[in-house]
Design a protein around this ligand. Structure first.
Ligand SMILES: Nc1ncnc2c1ncn2[C@@H]1O[C@H](COP(=O)(O)OP(=O)(O)OP(=O)(O)O)[C@@H](O)[C@H]1O
Length: 257
């Protein structure tokens, strides 16, 4: 059984005067430890799908299952990284990182030590007592990553977590997140508008079409790229080939809208 499955998922938004079909008949599965990206034109339902996978929205048709159960019963398995870091400004970096463990009532000397061990790994050692406002955007996103990893989720839902960062910081953080998720064999679903990010981090890319939102094509990343870190992927010929194929598909989809 796959770790995550979407079976014939559809979603309509109803308003007094209209119905918007955000998703129609979306089916796919994700294996444990796999990293997939969702890309597609604006309005193709990526955020709607991520909200369904997070258990924040119930689809009007079909179902998503995480480890065999609906997402709202599996919230303890799910971690998030969003575009904004949502760190509490009045708490120190250490307090922010430990907040999930406190809320889960699973803060023990062992879990604390494990959570704080990420600080070294992600280059935040020495800033534990600082407040978020004292850190750069990239460092705050590193702290957000440490906070997410602290509760040891099996599935990470990544909603454009690098899009607010400057280019160099973004590339470095993509690399770091990739290495950490791979080393802990986490399953991840990334929503992004950046084709390069999707190719360099994923095992598979689902390209969505809009109106209604649906899976248009699936791209499996060639083995020669999948075993490299994102920074290395970006210098390979196969990366450029795939980039231009996906770019053309996206342009065609956008022209059709
Ligand atoms: N709360 C809502 N009420 C009504 N329509 C909605 C709502 N949320 C999203 N939609 C519509 O559903 C469709 C899919 O939206 P969604 O935000 O999931 O797409 P997206 O691919 O994430 O878009 P973007 O890339 O621009 O963030 C769009 O047509 C959008 O206008």
């Amino acid at each position: 059984m796959s770790f995550l499955t979407a079976e014939h998922v559809g979603h309509h938004y109803f308003s007094p005067s209209s119905v918007t079909t955000a998703l129609k008949d979306v089916s796919f599965s994700v294996e444990e430890g796999e990293f997939i990206s969702l890309i597609g034109p604006s309005g193709c339902g990526k955020t709607t799908l991520l909200s369904i996978m997070a258990g924040l929205l119930t689809p009007t048709d079909g179902q998503v299952k995480i480890d065999g159960q609906p997402p709202d019963l599996q919230k303890n398995l799910i971690g998030y990284m969003l575009q904004q870091d949502y760190l509490f400004p009045w708490k120190t970096i250490e307090e922010n990182i430990l907040i999930g463990l406190k809320l889960n009532r699973s803060l023990t000397p062992e879990s604390k030590e494990k959570a704080l061990s990420f600080l070294e790994q992600i280059g935040l050692k020495g800033v534990e007592t600082q407040f978020p406002r004292q850190l750069s955007g990239g460092m705050r996103q590193r702290a957000a990553l440490a906070r997410t990893m602290a509760v040891d989720p099996k599935l990470l839902l990544l909603d454009e977590p690098f899009s607010a960062l400057d280019y160099q910081t973004k590339l470095k953080l993509e690399n770091l997140v990739f290495e950490i998720l791979k080393s802990y064999q986490k399953t991840a679903v990334l929503v992004t508008h950046d084709i390069g990010e999707a190719i360099s981090m994923s095992d598979r890319i689902l390209l969505f079409a809009a109106k209604p939102g649906r899976v248009h094509k699936v791209f499996t990343i060639p083995d020669e790229l999948r075993h490299l870190t994102p920074l290395k992927v970006r210098s390979q010929d196969a990366y450029y080939d795939l980039f231009s194929t996906i770019w053309k598909e996206l342009e065609t989809l956008e022209e059709e809208q």
